[in-house]
Design a protein around this ligand. Sequence first.
Ligand SMILES: [Zn+2]
Length: 72
Amino acid sequence: MTGPVIMESTIVCPECGGRSTETMPINACRFFYRCPHCKAMLQPNPGDCCVFCSFGDVQCPPKQAEGGSGCC
Ligand SMILES: [Zn+2]
């Protein structure tokens, strides 16, 4: 499946509930993300490769390309 890859993901902070839309790197995972609202340093949940997969509304581009079956 090779649909268009979505490059933006809205992260919902688990600490404060703040939402922020971020542009994802096309070919890399983002392991650390600092919430712009409460300054909490987020890390992926166990089993997830990046903060977008854990807290975003869209999975990271590598995972989208693989149809949701693992990445990185
Ligand atoms: Zn926050």
